[in-house]
Design a protein around this ligand. Structure first.
Ligand SMILES: Cc1ncc(COP(=O)(O)O)c(C=O)c1O
Length: 406
């Protein structure tokens, strides 16, 4: 017989997942309820209301997609894209490519535009592309963990409206860690995951949709034959090409109609509820500040060690830092030493950045001074083990100074 699950007490300081807040784990140990139990339907309503706070929106349709963050990306794109639609995807890292790939699968005519990894788009470039390409939908990441860059989005919603495009934002990596006021920025659809700044496990993906997005989706409502009731309004638009991620069906399931679709992932809903409760209890502004200070402390520490940060300093995410692997250092060996000797995980990178940078997350439950200080101390020791010359003690001192002044 295998022994009980007993994972090593890792400190997860990569680009996500990070350690779940213990309060979230406790919520997840609660007993299950049936999906149509009035108490569970109340929990669903509470979740919608809590995430309206997290997304800073009044959108009626604020719900969870069962699955990891890409489940909500797929639900949004599959339900918003009609075959033949023109979809503009600005790519500044791996997750732009993901949106291209998903949009193509659902029959979009995708127009990808790309900047060098480590940079973001200027508002002028985006405006020019929208004017020229006249897309039905623009799909973009807020923060891309692959490059650690954050795209400014405050003007994009207005621009999309002026040109009659819908705007979908993938905020998987930033929701709860960086400001993203959905309504004020006129974002039509936004989604995320729990395993980054929200401090939960992966497996539930919060999503919000405004009335513009709703209109596009509802005209494609096609209820399963076995569920169709008298008076159920059907859309006259083309059927959404996926059942599991059909947002028209998922909206009917979350609404008071409670029309059966999937079986809601009860335990993940408990987790999502607790993540939002913890964040809103702290306050959004306080959480954004906590992330910004943790990143600043980490970055000052890395630089005090003599390491060079990656990417455009004006557009770094507040919760993941890219740092160049110094010349002559074997990046994978350092990561292995951190894991084996210190129980600390940091991230490698992919695509053009593979072998060039490490990615270190300071987010959610782990955007804490002790987590930052332990990581810096351990990294310094792991680098010294590789005979890399650095000023011993400087990193932790620099990070402590940031916390003392914060
Ligand atoms: C911007 C962005 N989008 C999507 C994803 C994919 O999330 P998941 O692995 O939960 O499906 C990630 C994960 O790192 C991400 O950073």
């Amino acid at each position: 017989m295998l022994e009980d699950i007993n994972p090593a007490p890792r400190l997860l300081m990569g680009p996500g997942p990070i350690n779940a807040d213990p309060r979230v784990l406790r919520a997840m140990s609660a007993q299950l309820l049936g999906q149509f139990d009035p108490q569970f339907r109340d929990y669903m309503k509470q979740v919608s209301e809590l995430y309206r706070g997290v997304f800073q929106t009044r959108n009626r349709w604020t719900l969870l997609i069962d699955g990891t963050a890409r489940a909500a990306i797929e639900a949004a794109l599959a339900s918003l894209i009609e075959p033949g639609d023109r979809v503009l995807v600005p790519i500044f890292g791996r997750f732009g490519h993901l949106k291209v790939e998903i949009a193509r699968r659902y029959g979009a005519e995708v127009i990808p535009i790309e900047v060098e990894w480590g940079t973001v788009f200027s508002p002028e470039t985006l405006e020019k592309a929208i004017k020229k390409e006249k897309p039905e939908l623009v799909a973009i990441s807020h923060g891309d963990t692959s490059t650690t860059m954050a795209q400014p989005l405050e003007h994009l919603g207005r621009l999309c409206r002026a040109h009659e495009a819908l705007l979908y934002v993938d905020a998987t990596a930033t929701l709860g860690g960086m400001d993203l006021p959905t309504d004020a920025w006129q974002l039509d659809a936004v989604s995320a995951g729990l395993q980054k700044c929200l401090g939960g496990p992966s497996g539930s993906a919060p999503l919000t949709l405004n009335e513009r997005a709703e209109k596009r989706i509802v005209r494609r409502r096609h209820t399963e034959a076995g569920l169709r009731a008298r008076g159920q309004e059907e859309g006259d638009g083309p059927v959404i090409r996926t059942n599991y991620f059909d947002l028209a069906m998922i909206m009917d399931y979350w609404s008071d109609k409670a029309l059966n679709h999937h079986t809601e992932a009860t335990t993940m809903l408990y987790a999502a509820r607790e993540c939002a409760r913890i964040l809103l209890q702290e306050g959004l502004q306080a959480a954004f500040k906590r992330h910004a200070v943790a990143s600043k402390a980490l970055r000052e520490g890395l630089q005090a060690m003599g390491l060079e940060l990656f990417g455009d300093p004006k557009h770094r995410m507040a919760n993941v830092t890219g740092v160049h692997i110094p010349q002559g250092v074997d990046g994978d060996k350092v990561r292995r030493a951190l894991l084996e000797d210190f129980n600390i995980e940091i991230g490698t990178s992919f695509g053009p950045l593979h072998g060039r940078i490490w990615r270190i997350g300071t987010m959610g439950y782990n955007a804490r001074s002790d987590a930052v200080l332990h990581t810096l101390g351990a990294l310094e020791a792991a680098l010294a083990q590789q005979k890399h010359k650095l000023p011993r003690g400087a990193a932790v001192d620099a990070a402590l100074a940031v916390y003392r002044n914060a």
